[in-house]
Design a protein around this ligand. Structure first.
Ligand SMILES: C[C@@H](C(=O)O)C(=O)SCCNC(=O)CCNC(=O)[C@H](O)C(C)(C)COP(=O)(O)OP(=O)(O)OC[C@H]1O[C@@H](n2cnc3c(N)ncnc32)[C@H](O)[C@@H]1OP(=O)(O)O
Ligand SMILES: [Co+2]
Length: 141
């Protein structure tokens, strides 16, 4: 795995949290993107080379809606950048991790992503992220 690609933070109200993080970090968010397949609306901030992803639920079945209900607002996941997500998924399965997405799926910000079940990773939800190749559609079906 390479660097931490982003930290995901679950929030109730994306607009309010955008204003708060803008004040906190001294920079505006650089994009808002909805990922309907994940039931989320996201916004991104850069702090030097690092990224923060704020996530709001777009429906009641969203992982973010469930998380907020159970645990309230807070850090939801850590995303690691990987060069070859398919190879990394295979390696982690071999290592005995429960990979929730054996086929990478579309994430935000032009990424292919896959998640690991948090009960097998010390209670931390892990996301793998690969920069989506231009012809990434093939990987997504
Ligand atoms: C757009 C994209 C991107 O960056 O590009 C994103 O980030 S999308 C980000 C949104 N998408 C995702 O999160 C997709 C992957 N997540 C999932 O598939 C789900 O949220 C699960 C992680 C499987 C949890 O689902 P659910 O809560 O329905 O399952 P469950 O009731 O069996 O929960 C199992 C246990 O995991 C805990 N649990 C749930 N979410 C957690 C989280 N984020 N971090 C740590 N623990 C977590 C629950 O509290 C519960 O523990 P207790 O029983 O002890 O209470
Ligand atoms: Co994420």
């Amino acid at each position: 795995m390479n660097k931490i690609e982003h930290l995901g933070i679950a929030v109730h109200d994306l607009e309010a949290s955008n204003a708060l993080f803008e004040k906190l970090m001294g920079v505006p968010h650089y994009k808002i993107e909805e990922v309907a397949s994940e039931g989320v609306r996201t916004s991104f901030f850069k702090a030097g080379p690092n990224k923060i992803e704020l996530l709001q639920a777009t429906d009641d079945n969203s992982p973010i809606a469930k998380f907020l209900e159970k645990r309230g607002e807070g850090i939801h996941h850590i995303a690691f950048a990987v060069d070859d997500i398919a190879a990394e998924i295979e390696r982690l399965v071999q290592e005995g991790f429960t990979v929730l997405d054996t086929t990478p799926k579309k994430g935000a910000d032009n990424k292919l992503v896959a998640f690991l079940y948090p009960k097998g990773t010390n209670g931390v939800l892990i996301e793998l992220c690969q920069e989506a190749p231009a012809q990434g559609e093939e990987l997504l079906q």
